[in-house]
Each structure stands twice: as C-alpha cells, then as structure tokens.
Design a protein around this ligand. Structure first.
Ligand code: ADP
Ligand code: MG
Length: 231
C-alpha cells in the first residue's frame, strides 16, 4: 500500500480545510498497522483514501499493486468489494437484517452461490463466536457483539486488506480488549493486512507498526514488538 504526495482537502463555504497534506507513506502487508493521531488529524480521511471510498485531489495511491486513482468509479467499487473489508466506529450494521443476513450481504452483492454463502457466513460467525446469535437482530446485541458482526462482515469476502476506523471507540475497556484480541487473531490466522485508526493506547500497543499523523501530515512511522492480547 503506497501513497505518493497525496493531498485531500475539503471546502467548507469559503474556507478550505486540509484533510491530508502532501502525504507519502508506504505500508507493507500483511501487518497490523495503527494510524495514530488526535481528533481532526486526518485519520479518517486517510483511511477513506486507502479504502477507495474517497479520491485524492492530487497524488498517487497504489493498493495491492493497483493504481486505484486510475480506476473508473465502477471498477473502483469492484476493487474495494473484492479486496478491502471495512469496520466502522459505529458498526454500521443494517438494522432490518439479522446477524446472519448482515454477514451474508456482501456475498449477495458479489453473486456468490447460496451453498457457498452459507458455508462462509457460518464459518465466520463461528470464528467471531456468534454462531448461536445468527437469527438475532443487531438491536438485540451488545456493542461488542455488534462489532464482532461487523468484523465477520468485513472478512466474509476474504479481503487482503481490512480497514477499521476507531473500532474500539464506542466500547468499554474490557469489550474493547476482546475486540482487539479478535482482530489480532484474525490478522495472524488469515495473514492479511489490518490498518486501523485509533488513539486508544491499548490498540496502539497491540500493533506491529504505528504511523503517527498530525495536522494532516505524517510525523513518524515505526515497527514495534506488539503486546500479546488474549483472543
Ligand atoms: P480524524 O479522523 O483524525 O479525526 P478527519 O480525517 O476526520 O480526522 O479530519 C481531518 C480534517 O478534515 C479536520 O480538520 C476535519 O474537520 C476536516 N474534515 C473531515 N471531513 C470533512 C468534511 N466532509 N467536510 C469538511 N471538513 C472535513
Ligand atoms: Mg476520524
């Protein structure tokens, strides 16, 4: 994953607000990387660019060897669906679908045959420990359980890259710790890249690599020995 001199700003009325400013960054895969910085530093902007949800104003972004800036909208969303899984701070589950159906949804969009859908959804629900809750509605689950569903949904198409925007921000510390453990286990088992934004010190300490961002600029990047987290 590589960004070369990437800039993205927002226009708010007559003022221009910098999201990320001339960022060059290379993240090797598979690794568990955390983007760390204070609120407003550009973490979400950066994740949206890496995740092909947004496009830069200038600069080049290469994801898994593809120059994603050159892709047309349809090709970009296909690329995202196939290779990138996303977990949001607020879980973003569809409230009218069951747990099972929420995880199945990306496979329906990808026209995966029914038998294979069932197999993959059940396997992931087992992995996140929610097979017995498959018929529940999201509204019947705790925050930690909803985040597990969101993780299962992000992984169901076997992406090479999983992005998560402050995935523990809305969880109490014990639940957050369990979610960090789950994500670490998934990253190791599946040997895929996880890139998170967080200012949660427990998430930072569990990472292989930390990228520091401030005022839309990268201020540091380093590898570390991750702390062990019970899965
Ligand atoms: P973080 O996720 O680290 O809190 P963001 O990437 O959300 O930071 O925001 C970076 C900067 O860009 C902030 O100054 C924020 O106010 C601004 N920004 C983000 N999204 C928008 C938007 N849609 N419209 C206007 N300004 C935005
Ligand atoms: Mg943010």
């Amino acid at each position: 994953m590589e960004l070369e001199r990437v800039t993205r700003s927002y226009v708010l009325g007559s003022v221009q607000v910098t999201g990320v400013d001339d960022v060059s960054l290379r993240i090797e895969v598979p690794r568990f990387t955390v983007l760390s910085g204070p609120s407003g530093s550009g973490k979400t902007t950066l994740l949206n660019l890496i995740g092909c949800i947004d496009r830069p104003d200038t600069g080049r972004i290469t994801v898994l060897g593809h120059d994603v800036g050159r892709l047309q909208d349809d090709a970009l969303s296909d690329f995202r669906g196939q290779h990138v899984g996303t977990v949001f701070q607020t879980f973003n589950l569809l409230p009218v679908l069951s747990v099972y159906e929420n995880v199945e949804y990306p496979l329906l969009l990808a026209r995966v045959p029914a038998a294979e859908r069932r197999e993959r959804v059940m396997a992931l629900l087992q992995e996140v420990g929610l097979a017995d809750k498959r018929a529940h509605w999201p509204g019947q689950l705790s925050g930690g359980q909803r985040q597990r569903v969101a993780i299962a949904r992000a992984l169901v198409r076997n992406p090479a890259l999983v992005l998560a925007d402050e995935p523990t921000a809305n969880l109490d510390s014990r639940t957050g710790e369990a979610i960090i453990g789950l994500m670490r286990r998934m990253q190791r088992d599946k040997r895929i890249a996880f890139i998170f934004s967080s200012h949660d010190p427990r998430v930072l300490a569990a990472a292989d690599e930390v990228v520091h961002i401030q005022d839309g600029r990268i201020t540091g990047q380093g590898l570390q020995q991750p702390r062990e987290v019970a899965a």
